[in-house]
Ligand binder design. Sequence first.
Ligand code: MG
Length: 388
Amino acid sequence: MSRLKRLAILGSTGSIGCQAFSVIQSLNQPEPRFSVEALAAGENLDLLVAQINAVQPKLVAIKKSSDIARLEKILGREWRGEILVGEDGLQAIAQLPSADLVLNGLVGAAGLSPTLASLYAGKTVALANKESLVIGGHLIKRALSEGNGKLIPVDSEHSALFQLFEGRQFSEIARLVLTASGGPLRTRPLEDFSKVTVAEVLKHPTWQMGKRITVDSATLVNKAFEVIEAHWLFDLPFEKIHTLIHPQSLVHGLVELIDGAVLAHLSVTDMKLPIQYALTYPERMATELPRLDLIKHKLEFDPVGEKRYPAFRTVVEAGKVGGTLPAVVNATDEVLVQRFLNGEIPFTGIAQGIQEIAEQHEPMKNPTLEEILEADRWTRERASMQIG
Ligand code: MG
């Protein structure tokens, strides 16, 4: 790369943000290729301070104004940037004029509005916040057609498919296949499901991720979200998006062409790879990551079991209905996953609750951002009272 690429990172202290930091650190050796102009984080101030000291951004946004004084105190006089707060702060960083690329690593529905702001501001967005597409796919599509913005997926499966699609004609694509590890309960006897513990569910067999997405991998809700994400990202009908269980998580995506040829993307299981590709796109850069040794692995594929993963179908169906329903399903899942982690409801209560609340909701067609966020709030109230 000839000149510094300037980044803004939303969700810098989360799982994606932290891994992005380590990618940037290694790409900036031996000579700097990226500068980090702005960071938006939540409440993990100690980590944020370490990040500020490491990259010296001009702007930082935090969640609560009550944290400003403490942040300023820890930072001392070393740093002379500006601190912004709340939704306004996020919006400002999402549209930052000096940023070439915005990495959106926020978690949850809160990620949609900044994604839209970035796209309308003509930014390229490296999108790790899948909820943006799950709950607001139609709004993102409109923003892409009305503005000069671009999306580069960071989700590993979508990054794989994005790479496979490069240079292909849309008319050559017969279907695509997303792979799912099957999560930690893939071989657990079905009759034990009501006794599953939090510790078991958090032990993901192949990926290191945040807590919610790890639980979502056990229910396969994450994969259902990824089906919806692929539908909007690649403009493909749901009938052309298939899912297979692939326990080794080495094949990240498959594209079947109209002549029957199948292209696959394989790599070691490490989120740093899709993060790096989104940051360096369209270029590729060498990494120190371990290489894939196929002699050591057997590749297996299985269909998605309906009894084992009942929430998968509910959530994909919600994606097909569209409107406000995906937002409702997403918010229900977020609340119920947290309640499962708190020990308030059993593991099976997640799938059951999603189905019940989805049935109670009258979906609104073609909702605005405000209507989507209103559906999100409506749902949170319900889901927090739902009896698991
Ligand atoms: Mg994924």
